[in-house]
Design a protein around this ligand. Structure first.
Ligand SMILES: NC(=O)c1ccc[n+]([C@@H]2O[C@H](COP(=O)([O-])OP(=O)(O)OC[C@H]3O[C@@H](n4cnc5c(N)ncnc54)[C@H](OP(=O)(O)O)[C@@H]3O)[C@@H](O)[C@H]2O)c1
Length: 288
């Protein structure tokens, strides 16, 4: 497994996205634990989660608890695993997602996440999404306070534009270590943010890197983006692996976090770090 870094901490170049194990369409607990264990077996040392990865209103932190349980029951040393969680989004239980970027809310949410994860300090805490009702700087100010107070070890943001990335990094005194934005063959409009992160040396974590749960599970990724299927066929690998290898090739700061609810999915995705695409292949995929 190739390594990359987030805030100086080495992590596997491919992480595991925990969301499909906790929202609508999730598998049973046993399969989720097996999926997280398969990721660890494959050398994955970055797991992305959020307190909002749950389905019903009364189960906030469902995914964080799953991850904590899987790490505890793994049966080998997991101290090198970075669990990256988020706060600032909420799920009232009717299928919707809402925002709460109030500083006092974020501070309580981070402490609750640390408790569920069973850690003294959250490894990487990401502000989930700017809240239009709260000045962005106020929300990020809460993240800075959490860092200063030692409630979190590393700070990141998500769903941010280039101005917000610069503003957050200023407020954090240059301590912004990651940006998590949507990026995939289907959704490329975060390329400016990816490029800015590469310039600033900040990790860029593409979310829904395979185009999202519905597209990935439908098996239509290769049909919708035929260049990815053709290059996959040439290498004898899945179009998922080619997609992740392409994202890795875009900049050394990129760390994709493909979601999984089956062990087979993350076992396959993790092997993207072993697939080297030629410059021509990368250019062809980027031009689609
Ligand atoms: N910051 C944000 O606002 C935000 C928003 C959305 C997501 N995220 C994060 O990003 C992560 C990834 O996004 P996502 O889960 O929405 O979408 P995704 O990674 O594009 O797709 C996930 C789906 O892909 C399938 N899959 C993955 N690797 C595969 C492989 N090698 N072969 C076949 N199928 C494969 C999985 O199917 P199975 O379920 O069958 O295993 C999984 O459900 C999330 O889990 C979450 O941690 C963040």
């Amino acid at each position: 497994m190739q390594l990359r870094t987030i805030g100086g901490r080495p992590v596997s170049a491919i992480g595991l996205g925990g969301m499909p194990m906790s929202i609508e369409g999730r598998p049973d607990r046993e399969r989720s634990i097996a999926t997280i264990h398969a990721a660890l077996d494959a050398g994955v040392t970055l797991i992305d989660t959020a307190d909002a990865y749950h389905q019903f209103a009364d189960e906030v932190g469902h995914n964080e608890e799953l991850i904590a349980e899987a790490l505890r029951s793994y049966g080998a040393d997991t101290s090198g695993v970075l669990v990256a969680t988020k706060g600032g989004s909420r799920r009232p239980g009717d299928g919707s997602w809402t925002q709460d970027g109030r500083p006092e809310y974020l501070k309580e949410a981070a402490k609750a996440s640390a408790k569920r994860l069973g850690v003294d300090a959250v490894g990487l805490y990401q502000f989930h999404r700017p809240d239009p009702k709260v000045p962005f700087g106020d929300s990020v100010g809460a993240i800075r306070d959490l860092l200063d107070e030692g409630v979190i070890e590393l700070a990141g943001i998500s769903n941010a534009n280039p101005d917000q990335i610069r503003e957050a990094n200023d407020i954090l005194g240059g301590r912004l270590v990651s940006v998590q934005n949507q990026f995939s063959p289907r959704f490329r409009s975060s390329l400016p943010e990816l490029e800015l992160c590469a310039e600033l040396g900040i990790a860029f974590l593409p979310w829904s890197p395979l185009g999202g749960i519905s597209l990935a599970r439908s098996g239509e990724l290769g049909a919708e983006f035929s260049a990815f299927q053709e290059i996959a066929d040439a290498h004898g690998v899945s179009p998922f692996r080619v997609t992740l290898a392409w994202e890795l090739a875009l900049a050394p700061v990129v760390v994709p976090i493909p979601g999984a609810s089956r062990p087979e999915s993350i076992t396959d995705s993790a092997q993207a770090t072993e697939l080297t695409l030629t410059a021509d292949e990368v250019a062809r995929l980027s031009a689609v």
